[in-house]
Design a protein around this ligand. Structure first.
Ligand code: TMP
Length: 219
């Protein structure tokens, strides 16, 4: 998280963001996490960006399928605008003391924008005013692993090894600046999840969440 960004206003919920290049396991991990949170009595919501269900999200889907062309700044404004379309929902979940899991969030805008050669500060400014994550988890994998996990039907960005390499580098740069938790996503899912769950529980306990004992210890 950019240290120059203003602090969040007080709120009751917790927002966790999951970042990483394609095929890093973000969606699987957040779905497992939501299941486990429910088992320990914690209410939550999952949101994924791009959110393809909104008007701007539908436009992004066309772009990612190669059916639209935009200059780099315009498309990154669209990616950010797509998050602004969901701002009120995220805020209301947080006010309702929910744990919100975001599959890709503000840092995707910044990392992929940087990978396309855009200015980091310009990119962060587009996100200024959105709820800030309490913790960002970077599920780190190299592009070769992303390709090995999904060989066909890759979208416009997924096809480009150099872009993924630059996005990964940008993520690692942002992670060290923003004190994110970096998890080695090349490991078995169970092992990545166990680290993730430990980190999440620590934060939730420190924020006063009541955690009901769960019989299950593995995903
Ligand atoms: P997805 O595969 O997770 O649905 O994301 C589609 C692509 O959009 C992915 O390659 C990353 C890219 N992206 C950005 O460039 N900026 C953003 O702000 C977001 C959310 C995604």
């Amino acid at each position: 998280m950019n240290s120059s960004m203003k602090r969040n206003p007080p709120r009751a919920g917790v927002l966790f963001a999951f970042e990483g290049i394609d095929q890093s396991g973000k969606k699987t991990l957040s779905a497992l996490l939501m299941e486990r949170l429910k088992q320990v009595g914690i209410q939550g919501e999952i949101i994924s960006f791009p959110d393809y269900t909104t008007p701007i999200g539908r436009e992004l889907k066309f772009y990612l399928a190669g059916e639209r062309e935009y200059p780099p700044q315009t498309r990154h404004l669209l990616f950010a605008a797509n998050r602004w379309e969901r701002k009120r929902d995220i805020e209301s979940w947080l006010q309702g003391e929910k744990v919100v899991l975001a599959n890709r969030y503000v840092a995707s805008g910044v990392a992929y924008g940087m990978a396309h050669g855009l200015e980091k500060d310009w990119l962060w400014n587009l996100e200024e005013g959105l709820p800030k994550p309490d913790q960002t988890f970077l599920i780190d994998i190299p592009p070769q692993v992303s390709f090995a996990r999904k060989m066909k039907e890759r979208d416009l960005y997924e096809e480009q090894t150099d872009l993924l390499k630059r996005a990964r580098e940008a993520y690692l740069d942002l992670a060290s600046e923003g004190h994110w938790a970096v998890l080695d996503g090349t490991r078995e899912m169970e092992s990545v999840f166990s680290d993730l769950f430990g980190g999440v529980m620590e934060i939730l306990s420190s924020r006063g969440y009541k955690i009901r004992p769960s019989p299950r210890t593995h995903p």
